[in-house]
Design a protein around this ligand. Sequence first.
Ligand SMILES: [Zn+2]
Length: 138
Amino acid sequence: MCRDISLEENELSYLVTEMETSYVRLPKNQHYHGWVIVFLKRHASELYELKDKERDEYMKEVSRVAEAVNDVFGAVKMHYLSFGSLCPHLHFHVIPRQIEDDPHHAIKMDEAERFLSEEEYANILERLREAINMKRDG
Ligand SMILES: [Zn+2]
């Protein structure tokens, strides 16, 4: 898992972009439309293992990505999830929730699968890259 997070494409996701402390990835399973994952580049399991400077930068990047996801997909509320029970490498799921989503329905990452065409992935990747770039150093 750790070595796969920098790949342009791996079994589960595409690389959206590389930031200072993180790799931003788009899961192929877009059951949650607009779902992206922000992986810490280096291996760590817990937020408290990071030095303040690195953690501040990483959280800033998570926030920038969330804002970019909001720009591209819109959201009534952004969800941030970090479990790490299956992959103990620090990462945050960023999921834009929509008005039609039941707020009482707990998110379960593997509850359903929805795969897109290559054109749809390419389109989403391009829009996300553009939106994230606009947030950089902003
Ligand atoms: Zn790792």
